[in-house]
Design a protein around this ligand. Structure first.
Ligand SMILES: NC(=O)c1ccc[n+]([C@@H]2O[C@H](COP(=O)([O-])OP(=O)(O)OC[C@H]3O[C@@H](n4cnc5c(N)ncnc54)[C@H](O)[C@@H]3O)[C@@H](O)[C@H]2O)c1
Length: 257
């Protein structure tokens, strides 16, 4: 064996930027990466939640940096990227967890809500990929993990904006993977099934919806934050070097059934 497995699965010292990391899946991914020794940088639109999360890291003895950023605004993204590059001189890993969801009957769907979902989920992810990607191209090294959803594959009533936004994430991921492979940059996506966070806690309070969700997942359970974190760490590691343009369903078998 001419390789070291601990090294292959490690992310130590990797400069890792995570969007939407003041809450939910992004925060869990950030905690996992930091606990494995990555240099973690949190990006989120909510400064209050960033402060709370940074305090949690400090209590755990983990080092972390944070930048309030609205990923839908190019100026905001570029200003943050410039500060990060000034401070760290490079970016090894970008994990795009920021995302929003709005559900409504198609005929009543509010145009502004459509724009909001598309701006955060699609344009925001594109802007961070573009701004950090430029530096990864210069470095000839990088790993990007975007957050899709099982909804990127399967439509459902009321998901008029969210499902297309995640379908777009899948194709954005594959397009960038194809274009940037020659620069030694891997671009992949994680597609979770229901994992309890602020994004869906109100929806899952409804017994009928909860029971339907559980009945759709062959494992008979919701996703857990630790499974999303584990799959993301894997895609960021050297062990995933030959995985590119892949949509990894972390869904308990939802899309298999
Ligand atoms: N939780 C699930 O069941 C589930 C399932 C499938 C896909 N996903 C996807 O996983 C990702 C994370 O979801 P989550 O459940 O952790 O959601 P969450 O609501 O808990 O966290 C999302 C984070 O994104 C941040 N954010 C929103 N708009 C932003 C903006 N303009 N700029 C910067 N940050 C912004 C929020 O402040 C929040 O901290 C999303 O892309 C979501 O679509 C989640």
């Amino acid at each position: 064996m001419n390789y070291n497995l601990s090294e292959m699965f490690g992310v130590k010292d990797e400069v890792t930027v995570i969007t939407g990391s003041a809450n939910g899946i992004g925060k869990e991914v950030a905690l996992s990466m930091a606990s494995l020794g990555a240099k973690v940088i949190l990006i989120d639109i909510s400064n209050d939640n960033l402060n709370i999360t940074v305090n949690e890291f400090m209590k755990l003895g983990l080092t972390v940096d944070s930048y309030e950023t609205d990923i839908t605004k190019k100026d905001s993204v570029v200003a943050t990227v410039n500060q990060i590059i000034e401070k760290y001189n490079k970016v090894d890993i970008l994990i795009n967890c920021a995302g929003v969801c709005y559900l409504e009957d198609a005929v009543d769907f509010d145009e502004k809500k459509w724009d909001w979902v598309m701006d955060v989920n699609v344009k925001g992810t594109m802007l961070t990929c573009q701004a950090f990607g430029k530096h990864m191209i210069k470095q000839q090294k990088g790993k990007i993990v975007n957050f899709s959803s099982v909804r990127g594959l399967q439509g459902r009533a009321k998901y008029l904006a969210y499902a297309p936004s995640k379908g777009a994430i899948n194709m954005l991921t594959k397009s960038l993977a194809t274009e940037w492979a020659k620069y030694n940059i891997n671009v992949n996506a994680i597609a979770p099934a229901f994992t309890l966070t602020d994004l869906n806690k109100n929806m899952l309070k409804d017994d009928e919806t909860y029971n339907w969700v559980i009945s759709r997942i062959p494992t008979g359970s919701l996703g857990e934050l630790k499974y999303m974190a584990g799959a993301t760490v894997f895609l960021c590691s050297k062990a995933a070097e030959f995985i590119n343009g892949h949509i990894l369903y972390v869904d308990g078998g939802w899309t298999a059934s």
